[in-house]
Design a protein around this ligand. Structure first.
Ligand code: ATP
Ligand code: MG
Length: 389
């Protein structure tokens, strides 16, 4: 008996001409998420994928892996059956009896119009048979269990269950962006949200070593490792920032420090974007979460780059962000103690409604060109690979 998983992908089915491109990326990502001993092939069928499980595959492992692949709306496990109705009944019962339920329904889709029974007739035939076997009622609108039968010209696929996926789009279909990743709670969640839209991320982390301990970089590395589960391979830049901070501290007003740090982070990230052919930056900024994140301040930070800055968390509450961080597995790492470079030398009264010309004036006293070059030259680039389940 060939075991399969039938995988659905709502949104990408709607993408018209691009559909094949989206489907191929999804297939590629599923293969990267799963070790080769779990499957023999993945087939693209109209509007869904059929994953052929290897004899020794563990459904639990496959389920966990599929639940981390962006682009999947839901999936279920089943078998390849036959065009013979008696065999469909037998296989259907085998699948249904393994579920616990009080009511059930049969849901047939007949893509192959040459099949002698239409889908209503198959529902009635198979449903009637299963009802006799299990003694439980059919409920068409609110059944706890559904047996799905898909009749196509390449085969008859049976499956049960509707295991929810992450939704979104397959990572890799939406170009590349540079994500500014601190070791805090917000930026990993922002990164996750952009990957959900198919964006491939390169990470930039700024550290103040040796002035601070290596903890923030180590935590950022752990975050990239965790996020790589969703992207399969990532590159991260770890950029020494302390000399730039010292120049800011020595030669500009204290109340602009945080904003100046951010502006130089954005400028360096833009250089990385150029190097990596990335088309946007991503930050974990959130309107009014902290004093520095007023609209005015967000504006003066964004002003130093031509690239769009995506801020997917702009409208979220902190507890919503924390919930997401827990769900994606970054919360524990983000709350581990470390010293962020931006908490260094921060004054008691930072500017909250900065005006653009204040910052451009503050920057006239800084000699940054050589320091920026040097930071880029000394950046440490690391690559991360996901180990398939
Ligand atoms: P986070 O929880 O992501 O640290 P935050 O709420 O602490 O965010 P800020 O410290 O103001 O907010 O940082 C705003 C954004 O700037 C971060 O979400 C991140 O995108 C970027 N950022 C801050 N510090 C760093 C850093 N050391 N390296 C890379 N990016 C950073
Ligand atoms: Mg932070």
């Amino acid at each position: 008996m060939q075991r399969i998983s039938v995988i659905h992908y709502g949104e990408i089915a709607l993408k018209g001409q691009n559909r094949v491109f989206f489907e191929r990326q999804l297939v590629k990502n599923i293969k990267r998420a799963l070790a080769t001993h779990h499957y023999t092939k993945v087939e693209r069928l109209r509007g869904r994928l059929i994953l052929y499980l290897a004899a020794q595959a563990s459904e639990a492992t496959v389920q966990t892996a599929l639940q981390q692949v962006f682009g999947i709306t839901h999936f279920g496990f089943g078998v390849i059956s036959s065009r013979d109705l008696d065999i469909i009944k037998r296989d259907g019962w085998d699948l249904l009896r393994s579920c616990s339920f009080d009511s059930f329904r049969v849901d047939t889709r007949r893509a192959d119009k040459k099949y002698p029974l239409n889908s209503m007739q198959v529902n009635r035939e198979v449903g009637g048979h299963l009802k006799e076997l299990c003694g439980k009622p059919v409920d068409l609108s609110a059944a706890d269990a559904a047996l799905h039968i898909e009749i196509t010209d390449t085969g008859v696929f049976l499956y049960v269950g509707k295991i929810p996926g992450l939704r979104g789009l397959p990572v890799g279909v939406s170009e590349r962006a540079v994500s500014l990743l601190s070791s805090g709670i917000d930026s990993p969640v922002a990164s996750h949200m952009m990957m959900k839209r198919g964006v491939n991320l390169v990470y930039a982390h700024f550290h103040s070593q040796p002035f601070t301990s290596p903890d923030s970089q180590e935590n950022a590395e752990k975050l990239v490792e965790t996020l790589t589960r969703f992207q399969y391979a990532s590159k991260a830049y770890f950029i020494p920032f302390i000399d730039i901070q010292k120049e800011i501290m020595a030669n500009s007003p204290a109340k602009f420090r945080v904003l100046l740090y951010r502006r130089y982070m954005v400028r360096l990230s833009e250089r990385i974007a150029r190097q990596e052919k990335a088309r946007a930056l991503v930050t974990g900024e959130n309107v009014a979460q902290v004093a520095s994140q007023t609209l005015s301040n967000i504006r003066v930070v964004g002003e130093v780059t031509q690239l769009p800055i995506l801020r997917p968390l702009a409208g979220f509450d902190k507890d919503e962000i924390v919930q997401l961080a827990r769900r994606i597995g970054t919360y524990e790492i983000s709350t581990a103690p470390d010293e962020d470079c931006c908490s260094l030398f921060v004054p008691d009264n930072p500017a909250t409604k900065a005006q653009p010309h204040w910052l451009t004036e503050a920057e006239t006293g800084l000699s940054m060109d050589a320091l920026l070059e040097d930071a880029m030259a000394r950046a440490e680039i690391k690559t991360f690979k996901h180990t398939a389940a």
